[in-house]
Each structure stands twice: as C-alpha cells, then as structure tokens.
Ligand binder design. Sequence first.
Ligand code: AMP
Ligand code: MG
Length: 491
Amino acid sequence: MSAAAASTVTFESRFATELAEMAIPWKAEEVPAPRLLVLNEPLAAELGFDPEFLMSAEGLPLLIGNAVPDGATPVAQAYSGHQFGWFAPRLGDGRALLLGEVSDAEGRLRDIHLKGSGRTPFARGGDGFAVVGPMLREYIVSEAMHALGIPTTRSLAVVATARSVQRETELPGAVLTRVASSHLRVGSFQYARVAGDGGLLRRLADHAIARHYPGAAEADNPYLALFGEVVSAQASLVAQWMLVGFIHGVMNTDNMAISGETIDYGPCAFMDAFDPATVYSSIDENGRYAYANQPLIAEWNLTRLAEAMLPLFDDDEERAVELAQESLGAFRQQYSAAWLAGMKAKLGLEGSSGDDEASPLIDELLALLQKESVDYTAFFRRLGTAARSEAEPVHTRFPDTFNESVAFADWTRRWRALNPDADMMDRVNPAYVPRNHLVEEALDAATNGDLGPLRLLLEAVTDPYKERPGFERYAVAAPEGFGPYRTFCGT
Ligand code: AMP
Ligand code: MG
C-alpha cells in the first residue's frame, strides 16, 4: 500500500505550480532508519492524518519526505533576505523543503514543510541537515507559543535520522515536520522584486491575498490593502511576543512571515529576569534583535517589504512611496495600542481604568522589575494571586530588596486601588513557559536518548494558564547559577 493510499489526506502543490520561478523541485535525502521522537497527535488529527498511520513504518517516510504522496511536488523555495541588515539576494531553503499543501478540518490551506531534509541548490556551504536538539527546541517553543494563543507555525513531528551530523561535535540528526498557513516571507517579495519580473511580483501578491487576506481583493488598491494587513498582523504579533517575554533572536526579513505567524525558531528564548536589553543569541553581537528592539526591527522589515512591493502600489513611484509611508505609519499606533491593552490585561485592568492611569503604573513597574532583576513570567503570575487577597504577598523567589522596597509597596497599593480582576490575570499571565534551563534539560536528555523530560515539559507548556500540582518546578525561575544563557543559530 502506498503512503498516499493509506493516508486519506489530499496534497496540493499550489505554490509549486503558481510560483514555479520560486520553486525548485527537489527530493528529501533518503533516511534508511527513521525513528519517531515526537508526534503532535492533535495537530495530525486536525490535518486529517491518522496518528497511528503516521507512527507506522508506512507513515514515517511521509513525515520526512521519503514517500511523496500523490499531488505533492516537494520544492525548495527561493527567497532573499536582509540578514542582520545586509541584503542577500539568493537565500532560499538550503536544508528545507515544502512538501505541499493540505486542507485542514476547517478548510484552511496549510503547508507541510520539512527542515533538515538534506542539501538543496540553496545550501551554499551548509550540509543540509539539522540535529535533534534544535529541532526539538523548535517543536517545544512553537507548540508553547500556540498554546499561549500566539500565531505561529506548528510542529507536527520530529524524526531522528540516525545520521551523525558534524557541528562543534558530532550530533544526532533529525528532521522537523513543520506546518504553517504558508511559508511566504518578506524575503519572498524581495526575491520576486529583485528578479525584476513584474509579473512574478504580482502573482506572488495575488497568491498571498488568496491565501491570507482575501478581503484585500475587494479594496480599491488590493496590493496596498495586502501590505496594510501585513503591517497590522505584525504589529499584533510583536506586541504579543513582548507581552510574554519572547525573544525571536533572528528577525531577518527571510524569517518574517506574511501571514503574521511566528516563524523560524532558531536562537529564540523566553526572557528570565526582566531586562529590555536581553539578547540570548550567540551571533547577535550588537544586540540588533534584543528584546526591546523587536518592534523597531519589525517596522524596519516592513519598510523593506514596502520597498519590494512598491511597483504594485502605483505606477507613479512618488505616489507609491507616499502610499507606502502612509500605510506603514499605522504600525506604531497599532503596536502601541495592542501592547497597552495587553499590559492592562496582565495587570487585571482591562476596561476598568483609563489608559492615562494605567500607562505610568506600567512604566513604573517595568522599571522596578528591571532594577531588581525580577523573573518576568513568575512575577505576573504571582501578581494575580496577590490580586485575590490583600494578605497575599507578591513574592516567592523575588529578591528581598524587591519584596521589601518602598517603591514596590507603594506601587502595589495604587494598583490594588484599581480593583484588578484576578481571573482575567490568570487567563493572560502564563504559569508555564519554556524556561531556558528546562529547555536545555529536556534537549540534553533527549539528545542522550531520554525523552522523559521533553514529554513533561511539553505537558506543562501546552496548557500554560492552568497551574497544576506536580508542575511546581516549571513555574519558578532558574536556580541561581544558571546563565548567562546563550542560544545558537543555524544548528
Ligand atoms: P535560518 O537562520 O535558519 O533562517 O537560515 C538562513 C539560511 O541558511 C537559509 O537559507 C537556510 O536554508 C540556510 N541554512 C541554515 N542551516 C543550513 C544547513 N545546515 N545547510 C544548508 N543550509 C542551511
Ligand atoms: Mg530562516
């Protein structure tokens, strides 16, 4: 029985067909002895796959591109990208393939994509492979983001390849099966623009409208409307990152999705102690992608998108620039509004008090958290407990200097006077995020063959708002002595 026959899921190859200039048909490297490390059963079901089938000897090859279902045309996608500010006209999938698109239970088109499936014509000096640790890291963090309610690509599976991959040391190889509403990036538009082919750029924009923002087709200027939708989606996305303390780590234009989903989890991490200057990525020497810079970088990337789309906005270049600037101008306002609304909710103040009252309270609090290096996630969760009762102190594991500070006592008094809603706070302040020391622990164990810690961590972070007995250690800051923390990219 072929994989396609056993799987009732119908694959399409819309990207490969509609945008052939940006798609190189390619095959995944053969994996003689694949071993499933983790399968996302709810997501499999959402996509119409039988999880039992995917786990079987016939299903596994489908997950890693070794069995190509009918209708699928695996391709390496071409894209450009500004990497740390420098433009690379030809990046593309060096170690990844788009297998094809499937329709999920709600009729939405979803990409099935492989990472670590072998060298492609875009591989340059790379080996085309991926290793177990970073692929499981993407699985954990993307599924945590989804559970937090933040738009993101999803992870369907990680399969070990039994291949030994040379990094600083020899590490076990793996393939991640990723699911996304598409893999169209800012860098895809840059590629179409650089190709100097107006027809391709237009077709790409039409494809993006059809897949993500069909309402834009009805606008007077559909392409400008498309751009405006991307601006809004990114303003909302980055505000959500900031509210949960997420640091993407490598916000190059090839790693920013047109859909508004978080994409390409490399050196990403959740912030431990609150500090706007936090950078975890080992390659981000100048802090370009530091926590506090993320909204500015998103705006910078959107400006690059506007430049790429310019010929679509108006035939007259001056007019096109004017229109782009006007649309881009909405970013700051939309971002600030989303962030303030989110911060108010974190403090239990949604609607109950005016922004003029909340804003200085928020600024003061963040300055205090920074000054005393307070754990960002644990603080807001504990604050919810304090909102329930005057008697509850806002502490445990915070520095004494913070608990006992007059400034914080004064802040708490003024905040309590606004009658914060504790239930609301528990709905938006997660108890569990993939804390760096827990992620490292799970990845180390998995790399050495023990998947236990990974399973427990996933159990915690995929239900992040409901505190449960047995998961206490997942809700508290790293033990003293952990860090300074560094994450690595391109691994
Ligand atoms: P990333 O930093 O993961 O977004 O990757 C940036 C670019 O480098 C993309 O074009 C990737 O496909 C490529 N790349 C990263 N790692 C490898 C690798 N091991 N082999 C080939 N290409 C790679
Ligand atoms: Mg990338």
